[in-house]
Design a protein around this ligand. Sequence first.
Ligand code: MN
Length: 227
Amino acid sequence: MKHVLPDLPYAIDALAPSISEETLRYHHGKHHAGYVNKLNALIEGTEYEDMSLEQIIHQSDGAIFNNAAQTFNHNFYWHSLSPTKTEPSEPLRRAIEENFGSMEVFKEKFVQAATGQFGSGWAWLVLDPHDKLIIEATSNAHTPIEHHMTPLFVCDVWEHAYYIDYRNERPKYVETFWNLINWDYASKIFEDKEHLKATTMLPLCNNPDDPMCGYIDDMTHQDTVSS
Ligand code: MN
C-alpha cells in the first residue's frame, strides 16, 4: 500500500502571516512529503508493505518507525491548525477545566510543555486510555498513539515548523500556535470518544479522503480489542 501525502485542509497561504506560505511550502511540501516518500521506499517488499500507518507505528522500529510516525504526526498536525478562530465545545471546555483547574492554567502548562521540549519533538493534548486529558511532550518522531492515547491536537516543535517565520524564537511560534488551535477538530474527536464510551460505536468514517479515517478505524479496533 502506497502512503500518500494528504492535501492541506486549507489554502497554502491561509495561515499567513502567523504561519507563512513559505513555511507551509517547506513543511508540507518538503518535510512531510519527505517522510511519506521515505516510508514508501523503506517498506517496499517488506512485511510492512500492506499495513496501515497505525499498524506500522505499533510494529516497527528504526527508520521505518520514524518515517511512519512522522507521517502520522504531520497528517494530524495540519488538522490542529485553523485559519479561522474556533472555540472548544462546552463538553471539552468543562473537561479541560476539571483536569487542569482552568483554561489559563491549561494554556500555561501546554505552552511550558511545547517550549520546554528539549530538541525536536511535539506537544500534545491527549486522552489517555482511561479518558483523562493530559499534556504529553514527545521527542523526535514519538507519538502518543504508540501508547494507545487519543490525540486532540498537537504542536510541532521541530525547528522546521517555525524557523522561517520565527527563527530561533520557539515561544513566539508556540503563542501563535495557541491562537490557531483548531478547537472544532479537537472537540469533534473528544465528543466521538464520549460517544464511543456511551454506545461502543464511533460514527462511521465514510470519507475515504479523510486522513483521520484510518486512525478512527484503528481507534475503534483498539477499543473493541481492549473491552
Ligand atoms: Mn514538522
